[in-house]
Design a protein around this ligand. Sequence first.
Ligand code: FAD
Length: 261
Amino acid sequence: MEILVCIKQVPDTTEIRIDPETNTLIRTGVPSIMNPFDAYAVEQALQLKEMTDGHVTVVTMGPPQAKSILGDALAMGADDAYLVTDRKFGGSDTLATSYILASVAKKLGPFDVILCGKQAIDGDTGQVGPEMAEHLGIPQITYVSSVKVDGKGVEAVRECTRHQEIVAAPLPVVITVVKGEQEPRFETIRGRLRANRYEIKPLTRDELPVEDEGIGLKGSATRVKRSFTPERHAECVWIKGESVREQAGKLYKALERANVI
Ligand code: FAD
């Protein structure tokens, strides 16, 4: 089975700072890591590789320093790694990003399974995986915690708010991954040595089957007009009742109404 995993480099912090002038993320001076959901996607890919004697390719689109997360995926056991990088890709929103990544899948493929994280912890839209499936015209299964191969397709456990679904799809398929039961494996010494020796392949605009109209700012359907920290109003509600039991019952109902439980 041929497996592609899309991984994104994200800041290693919950303190995302925004440049008020440009409305973009301030990346300088912030240590970066592989997006945590993407580490689960790599783990899932490696499990599929083991089940099917498959091959795992990892790809990231970003600046040259994004290479480091490709090295991490190689050290975990991925077979090949590509860095998609070109100034012409700058300013891409999710629509343009997914278009570029879909073109990578076309160029390097065919792939049976394309794995993404359910969302990136910085951009947080959760759009890139589903949009890739649309660009490629193939099925998608989102919020997946585990996958197994089933005949000529896959069967996935899909995590919903209050229940799980078992969803089957033919190949090729895009799968977006949540935190699974199996934690992402540690890199091995052998894997790290191989990663250090591995020459990560760059992919630029001219090597990909993309139109200029679909990439960068030109290809982006959205513009960030303003970014700000929302003001939140907290309200304190006293739950009254004759007994603790009555108060607990009212609290339970209030939490249920607020969709907390
Ligand atoms: P999500 O959709 O939440 O990610 C879901 C999954 O998709 C991830 O878990 C991962 O598996 C995959 N994925 C997402 N991004 C990548 C990637 N780059 N490489 C590989 N896999 C990926 N946005 C704007 O709106 N306007 C801009 O001007 C702009 N400029 C940018 C400039 C740079 C240099 C960069 C790096 C980003 C810029 N962005 C801009 C943000 C960009 O839109 C998002 O990074 C991107 O579209 C992904 O959206 P997201 O973070 O919400 O990912």
